[in-house]
Design a protein around this ligand. Structure first.
Ligand SMILES: [Zn+2]
Length: 304
């Protein structure tokens, strides 16, 4: 019934409805599990914020989180902090290089059914195609597009489908998908530094990647250097649990399907992205944090 009703609602109504469904489910689970039922037990601390690079700024300690990946990790005790200035929620401590290696080099990421089931793949492709259509980001045939942290390169695939003549370049640190994406003309295995630092791209995307980066601001600077004037950068990433307020504390985070510890280093904010875009000499064009039931944000930046 709810599902049928949801199909009749416009997209923003559907996202709102899904947010409320998830929120009531969280409250119900909270009542059943007394260990995580307490909310608002957050404390304040003053410390340097590594995201807005401000010294001695107020932070809210949201609460403790345990690894959601089997590891083994050097560090198993993490907590989530909220910087009251840039509003980024981030993992503390910062995961070590070795733990990041355990996450990315020693494991297979793309084995779940979204990646092997054709119907699921078509749904993902369709959702990216609709997004780039709606935002007016479809590149033209003579243009080049860059997909950062590409994995299976969904956005390149969507661009190719809309505009078969487009030249697609995908970059990823893992070799896992490099030979599985015929819609990618050039699949570069390595960091962003492996993509030549010259302005050649009219469109770049980074979907569900920026939350994994130790220094996301530097990535924006690296991307800006590779964009043509007037080029757009499309970003999506986990935002926070549906309609979460700091006074709700840690509980909604423990049920948040996008909480990946320690893979997701930060849940960024509009305030932070505006600041980081300005530092990278990019214009802030679009922000929408209502995706997937108010759990995911989408943003567009432009090189002037
Ligand atoms: Zn901050």
């Amino acid at each position: 019934m709810l599902r049928r009703l949801a199909r009749l609602l416009p997209q923003n109504g559907r996202n709102r409805l899904r947010a409320w469904q998830l929120k009531s489910l969280d409250a119900w689970r909270g009542r059943r599990d007394p260990n995580i039922s307490s909310t608002g037990e957050s404390a304040d601390v003053e410390r340097d914020c590594r995201f807005c690079a401000t010294a001695r700024v107020g932070h809210l300690v949201i609460g403790n989180v345990a690894p959601t990946h089997p590891g083994p990790f050097e560090h198993e005790d993490y907590r989530l902090l909220l910087c009251t200035l840039c509003e980024v929620v981030y993992l503390d401590p910062q995961p070590s290089d070795r733990d990041l290696q355990t996450l990315y080099q020693d494991s297979v990421q793309f084995s779940d059914k979204t990646y092997s089931d054709d119907a699921a793949a078509l749904r993902v492709l369709d959702s990216y195609t609709r997004r780039i259509d709606r935002l007016g980001l479809v590149p033209t045939a003579a243009q080049s597009v860059l997909e950062v942290g590409a994995g299976l390169a969904w956005v390149s695939r969507a661009c190719k489908q809309r505009s078969p003549g487009v030249h697609t370049v995908a970059q990823d640190v893992s070799t896992e998908c490099a030979t599985a994406c015929p819609w990618v003309d050039e699949y570069i295995v390595g960091t962003i530094q492996a993509v030549s630092r010259e302005p050649r791209f009219a469109f770049a995307s980074m979907t569900h990647v920026i939350e994994h980066l130790i220094d996301p601001a530097v990535m924006l600077i690296e991307m800006e250097a590779r964009m043509l004037r007037g080029g757009h950068i499309y970003i999506t990433a986990p935002y926070r649990p549906p309609l979460w307020k700091p006074r709700e504390g840690i509980r909604p985070w423990l049920h948040y399907s996008y909480l990946h510890v320690p893979a997701h280093i930060a849940y960024l904010s509009q305030t932070w992205l505006r600041q980081a875009a300005a530092k990278a000499r990019l214009e802030f064009v679009h922000w929408d944090d209502t995706h997937d039931g108010h759990q995911v944000f989408e943003a567009v930046l432009r090189k002037p």
